[in-house]
Design a protein around this ligand. Structure first.
Ligand SMILES: Cc1cc2nc3c(=O)[nH]c(=O)nc-3n(C[C@H](O)[C@H](O)[C@H](O)COP(=O)(O)O)c2cc1C
Length: 183
């Protein structure tokens, strides 16, 4: 399986980045390929809702999103990682999700799988609305949702706990998807 890991974290040394690293090494150890894209490093403009992708299936904005589109074409499993921000995904991740509007307009049944990895600062973050956003994007784009790992209390918990959870999530995903065919 080829994995596209969209890292929507805002801190290079934050929990989201640590979870991405652990997830990657977990699935890579089973022979899967991972392409991690730290969205913070890219110049991705907002979807303007111009509607031109309705006709062509292609976004007219020329920016770093082109490399994300290319990586998306290759992947069997999309993993979206984000901190919870005001109970939603980071704007860093959401800007990229909105730019996948061409997939909705194409009504493309692209197949493949999608999953989420979240963290939040408080003891009991409300992960539900973020998961709703990620799941609804995945399903709209024709991917099957295969699960999530949500790590709370980053204000107090050690990063090693988040790494352990992400590592376990990687193992779980490999076991669940192993019997299934890649896209
Ligand atoms: C703008 C902003 C909004 C946030 N909103 C929430 C929130 O609604 N719930 C929560 O539990 N934590 C919230 N946090 C805390 C982050 O989820 C937490 O610090 C997380 O570890 C940040 O991810 P990172 O470690 O990858 O940088 C917020 C942080 C920021 C900067």
């Amino acid at each position: 399986m080829d994995v596209l890991l969209l890292n929507g974290g805002g801190r290079r040394d934050g929990f989201t980045a640590a979870m991405c690293r652990s997830f990657s090494s977990s699935v890579e150890s089973k022979g899967w390929g991972v392409c991690e894209i730290p969205l913070l490093e890219l110049d991705i403009r907002h979807c303007t809702g111009c509607g031109q992708c309705c006709e062509s299936g292609i976004c007219t904005i020329s920016d770093d999103m082109s490399s994300v589109y290319d990586a998306m074409k290759e992947c069997d499993l999309l993993v979206m990682a984000s901190p919870v921000r005001f109970s939603g995904p980071s704007s860093i991740l959401k800007v990229a999700i909105d730019r996948f509007q061409p997939l909705w307009h194409l009504g493309e049944e692209r197949g493949g799988y999608a999953a989420g990895m979240l963290c939040g600062g408080s003891e009991k973050p409300d992960f539900r609305s973020t998961l709703t956003v990620l799941r609804s994007f995945a399903v709209t784009a024709g991917m099957r949702w295969v699960g999530d790992a949500c790590f709370p209390d980053t204000d107090h918990a050690p990063v090693s706990d988040a790494e352990a959870q992400a590592e376990g999530f990687g193992r779980q995903i490999v076991n669940e998807l192993k019997p299934l065919t890649p896209r």
